[in-house]
Design a protein around this ligand. Sequence first.
Ligand code: ATP
Length: 535
Amino acid sequence: MPVTISSMDGLIIYFTDMTQEELFKKLIAHSKEYGFIFPSSEIYDGLSAVYDYGQMGVELKNNIKRYWWDAMVKLNENIVGIDSAIFMHSRIWEASGHVGAFNDPLIDNKDSKKRYRADVLIEEWLAKQDEKIEKEIAKAKKRFGDSFDEAMFIETNPRIKDIRHKKETVTSRMVQSLNDGDLEEVRNIILDCEIACPISGTRNWTEVRQFNLMFETKIGSVAEGANTIYLRPETAQGIFVNFLNVQKTGRMKIPFGIAQIGKAFRNEIVARQFIFRMREFEQMEMQFFVRPGEEMKWYEYWKKFRMSWHKALGFGDENYRFHDHDKLAHYANAAADVEYKFPFGFKEVEGIHSRTDFDLGNHQKFSGRKIQYYDPETGESYVPYVVETSIGVDRMVLQVLSASYAEEKITKEDGSTDERVVMKFPAAIAPIKAAVLPLVKKDGLPELARKIIDDLKYDHVCQYDEKDSIGKRYRRQDAIGTPFCITVDHQSLEDGMVTVRHRDTMAQERIPVADLPKMIADQVGFRPLFEKIEK
Ligand code: ATP
């Protein structure tokens, strides 16, 4: 059933209603069809969990990176950026704990031969218990109507009490066993909860094994005695090992941050859900160095800042939530994820972690170099504590794609109907900002269109399109999310005015060519987004 959303200028626009599963399938197909994302090595049948960005995807991704970089580095005087190498000394990964502890517990179902992350199976079971509770509440709400007291119901209903009790027990068993590396207990939890393989439906599980996620390679030639090195599984360590370089050369005073965007590699066991979980991906990380004891204040600060960075994009505040970690990574004393409601449910896009002095302290130990900061205000030297914000570029791209994709049915004033797929990207991150379209391919219209584009292209990525009817050209631009279509017609040659058609409302207005640069610049800048970020 289509749902009426808006009515304007004689047009009635419907959003096509579809299930989240349908949306996700369509998104993947659309991403490929319009040059956003291609499976890697496709002509060789692809490479699992590796993707390439096409001509539209790379523009979108670059804009997302710019939004992050400027919000972190440009808006915060005390944050600077670096770009460290992917290859690093292998001792770094011993110091960081990745050689010893960057493992996922995996389990195989003997019937389907499918491999799963054991912790994820348990987490999914826990999420199902929440769903059961919600169902009970919804049922009771219906039954009791206005007199329903939800809090009282949750506290007293025996079934809910039972589910909550089971959940708490399983959570604490899971946290304990993962922290202790007790893989037998992890398997026991799966058996006790009667978790079945979603494919085979059986509970015929193998033992749980640890699997290190780092890719190894060799540096130097075999003859010289090559050394094993790792492709970095996170960008953060490049920042830690440059802490002194940046602090000294930049004369940075604590608190201060170092930001970096770059590739990271993880040999993920279960790689699925399109670009959500990839083996080669990109991260945007910021490590914020603080006085020991002040980390919780900054942890809260960055949680708030980062959440409002997401919400400023306008995808709906209800689609975000925090998930505080029960099981902390080996380096953290507090951690929370920013979760976004993807078509396959609420999932992590970003992590905010209080990493204590674990990393700098360990690099000090392993390298034998003193990594300390002399605090002129307190007269003390110490190893700074770290609060980090770590977001995946590709998960962010997926967030933007899923939030922006819309299918619309349009009923025009004359009763005729039309359909379109439109990517409603926030203008600041849209791949193409404006398309310039001569109404016909002759009579001097292409020349004027070219003149307009030649001016706009100094500031914006624009497209020139003269092929097919104007309607078809609009649809093509809608499909890639171009906020403005500028049509040049015969009248334009006489009065120097063009028609600007706005993507979301499809409203059209005549404006002087001379006003185009300002009109576009006012609407595609990052400023309105930055102004929404709460500090
Ligand atoms: P998950 O629990 O989903 O595996 P994580 O907690 O291991 O993620 P972090 O190590 O905190 O992730 O990495 C920070 C961010 O990097 C994540 O929030 C996510 O956006 C991104 N990221 C991590 N692994 C991947 C991956 N395999 N593919 C794409 N993005 C990733």
